[in-house]
Design a protein. Structure first.
Length: 314
């Protein structure tokens, strides 16, 4: 009181000068680091000409690293021209320290993707209007008419969105459609390398499975690995019950020194071996044989076994 508003504008000439200064600095630097941000999605370019800035800096210095402060997958037209990309999300007040620790090797980047990063926007079911016209997009319904979401203060006709993919959401959709994403679910790099071996499994008391395997740090620095367990579809699935090609059933995180090896034990809960019977209104165990996978991400080549699930459980 009184309320003040301040407006700022960077002129095109000033923006061009800023870009030229950044390119000149990158040309003289041993390594260039470009921080980029976005609140948009895969179908929109980075705001304020950041894509062009990254491309120009990378052309001046082949050792360019891009640090992303984003919340969703974005298009990266410059990806093949930069040395590395570090996704830091929205790291908060101490994000600068965290980013520096990762870039300088003080901390191993052990984060893993909580979603699938598509190679193109139309790989996702929500962006396939030709095959899935029941979806709404940007406030326009399947008939091309304006609509609002239920509860919107703007009024107007309400949108109705029908989700027909069932259990095939996220990485399960990409597997079902035989799509190859840019980065799979659970993906992430490290400053070292890990090897998996010796997969064993056994039924757990009270249901579920106990899965054990060995992980070895085969690199030269200490690092964190996030081993992930996935279950495949039963060999003889119940009639009319859909199963994903792979469904995450468990994961863990370990820190290993160079050359260190550790036996990792993960528990697969009984619920992960069950499906929902809509007629009976209860969970039912999918009995029989089904594949089990252990790897560093949903599509990595790792360990595999066939497990036998006893039936009759609810």
């Amino acid at each position: 009181a009184p309320v003040q508003a301040r407006l700022n504008w960077v002129t095109p000439a000033q923006q061009q000068a800023n870009t030229a200064a950044a390119v000149a600095a990158a040309r003289q630097a041993r390594t260039a680091v470009v921080f980029a941000w976005s609140t948009g999605a895969l179908d929109t370019p980075l705001p304020d000409g950041q894509d062009q800035l990254i491309a120009d800096v990378a052309a001046a210095n082949p050792d360019t690293i891009v640090v992303l402060n984003t919340s969703d997958p974005i298009a990266m037209p410059w990806l093949n021209h930069v040395k590395a990309v570090l996704e830091m999300w929205y790291p908060g007040d101490t994000g600068g320290y965290a980013t520096a620790n990762v870039l300088l090797g003080r901390t191993d980047p052990a984060g893993r993707l909580p979603f699938t990063w598509p190679a193109a926007l139309d790989q996702g079911v929500a962006n396939q209007p030709a095959t899935h016209p029941e979806r709404t997009s940007n406030g326009v319904d399947a008939n091309g008419k304006y609509c609002t979401t239920p509860g919107s203060p703007f009024g107007g006709p309400q949108c109705t969105t029908t989700y027909t993919e069932g259990i095939f959401e996220g990485y399960r959709w990409y597997d079902q459609q035989h799509e190859t994403p840019l980065y799979p679910f659970g993906y992430g790099l490290s400053y070292t390398h890990f090897a998996y071996s010796g997969l064993h499994w056994a039924p757990a008391r009270g249901g579920g499975l106990n899965v054990a395997f060995r992980v070895t740090n085969t690199g030269r620095v200490t690092g964190d690995e996030v081993p992930q367990v996935y279950l495949g579809a039963p060999a003889s699935p119940p009639a009319g019950v859909p199963f994903a090609d792979r469904a995450m059933a468990g994961y863990g995180r370990i820190t290993l020194r160079p050359g260190q090896s550790r036996l990792v034990s993960l528990h697969v809960p009984l619920r992960q071996l069950q499906y929902w019977d809509t007629q009976a209104g209860t969970w039912v165990t999918a009995a029989g044989q089904r594949p089990l996978y252990v790897a560093g991400n949903e599509r990595a080549a790792g360990l595999a076994a066939t497990v036998t699930v006893p039936g009759g459980g609810h």
